[in-house]
Design a protein around this ligand. Sequence first.
Ligand SMILES: Nc1ncnc2c1ncn2[C@@H]1O[C@H](COP(=O)(O)OP(=O)(O)OP(=O)(O)O)[C@@H](O)[C@H]1O
Ligand SMILES: [Mg+2]
Length: 472
Amino acid sequence: MIKEYFGGSDIAEQIYKIENACFTRPWEKDVIKNSDKTCFLVYYQDGEAVGYVSINIVLGEGFINNIAVLPDFRRRKIARKLMGKLIELYLPRCEYITLEVRKSNAAAIKLYKDYNFKQTGVRKNFYRDPQEDALIYTLYKAQKILAIESSCDETAAAVTQGREVLSNVVATQIDEHRLYGGVVPEIASRRHLEAISGVVEQALSDANCTVDDIDAVAVTNRPGLIGALLVGVNFAKGLALQRGLPLIPVHHLRGHIAANYITNQDLTPPFLCLMISGGNTVLCKVNDYDDFEILGATRDDAAGECFDKCARAMGLNYPGGVELDKIATVSDNKKYPLPTPSLSGNHLDFSFSGLKTAVINLIHNAQQKGEEVDIPVLAATLREKVTDILIEKTIAAATQTGLKKIVLAGGVSANSEIRRRFKELENQGFAVYLPKPEYCGDNAAMIGVAAFYEKARGDASLNAYATAPLND
Ligand SMILES: Nc1ncnc2c1ncn2[C@@H]1O[C@H](COP(=O)(O)OP(=O)(O)OP(=O)(O)O)[C@@H](O)[C@H]1O
Ligand SMILES: [Mg+2]
């Protein structure tokens, strides 16, 4: 339990005890008692104060004095919880929060970096006993980002602040593309053009703000349908240039990964990510927010594409993956034996085209013989097969990398069976993170949150790219 105190008069004894156990030069009891302008957050375990953090706020600038946890209570994420609470309570009241840390204190530096503090200076020989430089770390109030996404058949805009979503508007074109059984790129571009102004206006109004409140514009510029991407890129570019705002280009798949930061506020890299969407199936190591290492990818169809194409052969509506998941009942691999793809070379690569062909052939053969296919059972059998493959490869990647945190991303991570089976991996010692269903498919909130972690900035020459590797 964390309790908040203004001034140290009531808790001087408890704070002094923690100080004394943690530092060679602790705060003196009287200083604590008289620090009436200081805010303290104290962590209690079974009624005992075992950790604390304190901050002074002067004219919108927050200075963290100390964060300390009794030695016996370390490695229980107490400092992390205190820091999270401090940021939640005090960042809204400051322009920034800053602190000093010993250069050699790698664990503390990692904690600050996880909370998005950036190194902003050095104080030479600041500490004594032993003498050492202090690094200054600062956390700026998150900018309000207006994010735009138009890479495929959803025109989307959102306002985000750090990992927080202030609004999220998605105008889908699915009904129109359904007539053709798939996305028609030319139609998609035209519909984006018609929708984008209204969608952006709605996102601003839902977030209770105007363009004047926005600090930066983010836009998906790669990969995707080129004509569709260009609508969002040009809109964002025009707005950013006219308003003199920074322009942040975002990789669509990094956006899908960032959807997890919205849902799982405690999630930090490194982790293993399985990205399963309509156009991509990638296993990657997320070393840092902007550092990705691809471990394996599909050599042919993506998981979503396989679901969609099989669903179409089953007579289901586009996008079939969603429908297939809804109608699937109980799998029966004896009734409908489906092949397990075997691949030479990188054992973390995927292949789904053989599976797709097997399902389509099975349906066609049955039709030719005038036999009826039990579609709900076939759908469940396919869903189970795809899930088996995804789980097997993910566990192999976890073993290879030693990573215990598994994160799912992309439209297919909305699949009910995939979610259930991956969550079960928690019984095997993995921590499994899933995006909320509303953030699995394409949306702009995930683009805004990804932009928060991007260093690259665009200008009038910013272009869109149909293809781009995840780490580019
Ligand atoms: N419940 C579900 N079960 C299976 N597949 C699903 C489910 N919900 C959505 N999908 C699939 O997710 C895909 C859409 O996801 P997403 O929007 O991430 O893809 P995309 O943006 O078209 O592709 P990419 O992100 O690779 O560019 C479709 O293939 C759709 O069928
Ligand atoms: Mg997508």
